[in-house]
Design a protein around this ligand. Structure first.
Ligand code: AMP
Length: 424
């Protein structure tokens, strides 16, 4: 018989206890804020067709080229499925497939999502093969006010999670024609520096030059920051005005952003506004959130062209910069100690009654001695202990110990719920 490996698959994680609670806290804060901003939840399948991502993200992107987990089904080579590497493409597909879109073509809709994403990356700090994203998509508007709302929403979420020390970087890639001008300009500026770029970037130069701007290699980064790029050289009048209006709207509500002309998201679907939230505590993989407009994606997937914008936060990265001490551990307030089988049965009834009264309580499930049960109660940090033994059962009482002052008293069985309620 082969031995099953017990560690989780490389690049994936078993998330337990405090770590899971931090993620739950992030989720509930995010849902609260998204709802305040008028976003409603969407859950799309984890399995999508490979073609959806080829069509949306582009063939020459890192994700499509190298990072998709593909699932081939026996006898069906044409329809290759993948574990979704990101959510936007699936959500736009769902939007186009929905009756909402079919009835009122360009209807405006605000959606949020939470869920696992999968990328076959080389696992390293901050880079998992299964990670979780929480994000939003606002589809059906090209208003610059919407861009400002979306960016300020990302900022509000970070503030609500008490995260500080981050920077919001913003840029505009312009419309498809502007993007073409920008890529031509990048190629022109990089042409005589090709031999100094890393091998990957030399390849990116031809396939998808925007990705050179994202390279983490120090030599490439040094070359990139010295490139004389100017939005005025590649943005058309409409896109320049749109970008200025986004900045102006952000300024009017005091959302601080840093303009960064070198910020270019490598995915094909991005147009106009792109932004990223970076945090120095994350190290090399310093992006907490990435987002932007994708005004041509609905058309690329066969629908009418509609303006749209969204962002995604990596939840594990959010958790790693969040002050975990701000999360209150769930505290059991009562521990029930039982001394024999009969008392165990009565203790179980009491446990049930306490829970019916919404009182968090714990019990001895491990056949422990009195001393060991007392130790468990101490470890859990409970406020009180209820002890049931032969005498208590005979007299229809319980022994009640207040763990704060150590005082122990005998209480009538029927009064115990009220007593515990008073102490919690
Ligand atoms: P992207 O979809 O690549 O624009 O990423 C959006 C956000 O998801 C990033 O800013 C990260 O916070 C997070 N993220 C992306 N890839 C990974 C990964 N492999 N492991 C952990 N988090 C990731």
């Amino acid at each position: 018989m082969t031995i099953i490996r017990l560690e989780s698959v490389r690049g994936t994680k078993d998330i337990l206890f405090e770590e899971a609670e931090v993620l739950r806290d992030i989720e509930s804060k995010a849902q609260e804020i998204f709802t305040t901003y008028g976003y409603r939840q969407i859950r799309t399948p984890i399995l999508e067709s490979r073609d959806l991502f080829i069509r949306s993200l582009g063939n020459e992107t890192e994700i499509v080229g190298k990072q998709m987990f593909e699932l081939k089904r026996r006898g069906d080579d044409n329809d290759v499925l993948v574990l979704r590497p990101e959510a936007t493409a699936g959500i736009v597909r769902a939007y186009l497939a929905s009756s909402l879109y079919r009835k009122r073509k360009k209807s405006f809709i605000k959606l949020y999502y939470i869920g696992p994403m999968f990328r076959a990356e080389r696992p390293q700090r901050g880079r998992l093969r299964q990670f979780h994203q929480i994000g939003i998509e606002a589809i059906g508007s090209d208003s610059a006010v919407l861009d400002a709302e979306v960016i300020s929403l990302a900022d509000s979420l970070l503030k609500a999670l008490s995260i500080s020390g981050y920077t919001i970087k913003i840029n505009s890639l312009g419309c498809l024609k502007d993007k073409k001008r920008l890529s031509d300009e990048l190629r022109r500026l990089l042409e005589d520096k090709l031999s100094l770029l890393c091998a990957d970037c030399r390849d990116r130069y031809n396939r998808n030059v925007f990705r050179v701007l994202d390279c983490k290699n120090d030599a490439c980064k040094n070359i990139v920051v010295k490139l004389k790029l100017s939005r005025k050289n590649y943005l058309c009048k409409g896109c320049l005005e749109h970008f200025e209006s986004v900045l102006d709207n952000l300024k009017s509500i005091g959302t601080k952003c840093q303009e960064d002309v070198y910020l270019a998201r490598g995915l094909d679907y991005y147009t106009r506004t792109v932004f990223e939230v970076v945090h120095p505590a994350l190290g090399a993989q310093d992006a907490l959130c990435a987002g932007g407009r994708y005004d041509n994606l609905t058309e690329q997937l066969g629908g009418e062209p509609v303006g749209a914008i969204g962002f995604a936060f990596g939840m594990e990265r959010l958790a790693s910069v969040k002050d975990s001490l701000s999360i209150a551990p769930s505290k059991n307030s009562v521990y029930i100690i039982t001394l024999d089988k009969k008392a165990e049965r009565e203790g179980f009834v009491l446990l049930h009654q306490l829970r019916e009264n919404n009182i968090p309580c714990e019990f001895n499930f491990e056949d422990k001695s009195l001393k060991a049960q007392m130790r468990s109660a101490n470890n859990l940090g409970v406020k009180s202990v209820i002890l049931l033994g032969e005498d208590e059962l005979k007299n229809n009482t319980v022994s009640f110990k207040n763990m704060r002052d150590g005082v122990q008293e005998t209480i009538k069985r029927e009064q115990i719920i009220d007593k515990v309620k008073n102490i919690t």
